[in-house]
Write a protein that binds this ligand. Structure first.
Ligand code: NDP
Ligand code: OXD
Length: 311
């Protein structure tokens, strides 16, 4: 018996690892996309950046599975018919990777690791002081799949953790703030702010001067949501004034970040090239197989992006 066809329309560099993972999954037959392929009968598509015209050219398409958790590009693609479900990626490897990134960067800011690295580079023995974790309130903008998991890890490490979302949450160890009305109370006195929001009309540019001014002076920013959450000039100004001490950025308005961008040479901006976390091919395909089985059993797909709310 052959598995259900899943058209792979992702970047070539990911194809081999997904093919390898699909090899041990009887439920799925991964079909690499190429022009002139007969698309008839293929009901499911795996995609990250929209391939122009592809969804509309698939007569039997039922759902698009996004490689990643952020679906703003697919939602913004005018040529994906509205009847096609767009499914966000939720899988353990992606969640674990983001928790690792958040913990790694939070500890970098909590312990001001760069001061030790600079001292070592200069051959200086320079022990330094840092507060206890429980004296460092950490806030997570976006308390969804990734924010809740990362928040739980930070709480385990003893940080007082706050989370901001549209709807109130009840996660143990995470103080929940909901909606714009509660944003000032969420921000007040934060030492470290982490952005794990989806990019929507409501969240674009949210990391701006007005928001930075509401944090504790000398706070740090960690952005792993999307580059367009950040107003770049406001970050540079807040670092100059000392309102922000440092920032970790994984995502950028333009990716790859142009070589002449001032972020590259800033000694308080720590960058990673949009790989805070990646979908694990085996975990991602197992999740897709599970969802396809639901669909074939007449059950609703899960984690379907809502076109109106934008995530
Ligand atoms: P979810 O959809 O599970 O969670 C999104 C969270 O944001 C929810 O808590 C939601 O609130 C909240 N939210 C959305 N809009 C608003 C708003 N206007 N005001 C307040 N809260 C809001 O997404 P994930 O956790 O799976 O992923 C989050 C994002 O992380 C992705 O969209 C992507 O941009 C980014 N990402 C980055 C990666 C990287 O490597 N850098 C890897 C993976 C994801 P509510 O719960 O009330 O709906
Ligand atoms: C994602 C990402 O959205 O990798 O999953 O950014």
């Amino acid at each position: 018996m052959t598995g259900t066809k899943l058209l792979f329309a992702g970047a070539d560099e990911y194809l081999a690892s997904f093919q390898q993972a699909a090899g041990s999954l009887a439920e799925i037959e991964l079909v690499p996309y190429r022009p002139q392929l007969d698309l008839e009968g293929i009901e499911y598509l795996l995609m990250w950046r929209p391939v122009a015209g592809l969804a509309a050219a698939m007569p039997d398409l039922k759902a698009i599975f996004c490689f990643g958790a952020g679906v703003e590009r697919l939602l913004g693609s005018a040529d994906i018919p509205p009847a096609i479900s767009i499914v966000r990626m939720v899988e353990p490897g992606l969640t674990q990777g983001m928790s690792e990134y958040v913990l790694w960067q939070t500890l970098r800011h909590h312990r001001r690791i760069w001061e030790l690295e600079e001292a070592q580079a200069e051959g200086r023995w320079a022990p330094h002081w840092y507060p206890a974790a429980w004296e460092r309130p950490v806030g997570i903008l976006g308390l969804g799949e990734l924010g809740q998991a990362a928040g739980a890890k930070l709480a385990e490490f003893g940080f007082p953790v706050r989370g901001w979302s549209r709807h109130r949450k009840g996660n143990p160890g995470i103080e929940s703030f909901a909606g714009l009305d509660e944003l000032p109370a969420f921000l007040a006195g934060l030492d470290i702010l982490i952005c794990l929001l989806p990019l929507t009309d409501a969240t674009r540019g949210i990391l701006n001067a007005d928001l930075f001014a509401q944090l504790k002076p000398g706070a740090s920013l960690i952005n792993a949501g999307r580059g367009s959450h950040l107003v770049e000039e406001d970050l540079l100004a807040a670092l100059r004034s000392g309102q922000l001490l440092a920032a970790s950025l994984d995502v950028f308005a333009r990716e790859p970040l142009p070589g002449d961008h001032p972020f590259w040479r800033h000694n308080r901006i720590f960058m990673t090239p949009h790989n805070a976390s990646d979908t694990d091919p085996a975990g991602g395909l197992s999740e897709i197989a599970r969802q396809i089985a639901r669909d074939q059993a007449g059950l609703a797909l899960q984690h379907v992006a809502d076109r109106v709310r934008g995530y």
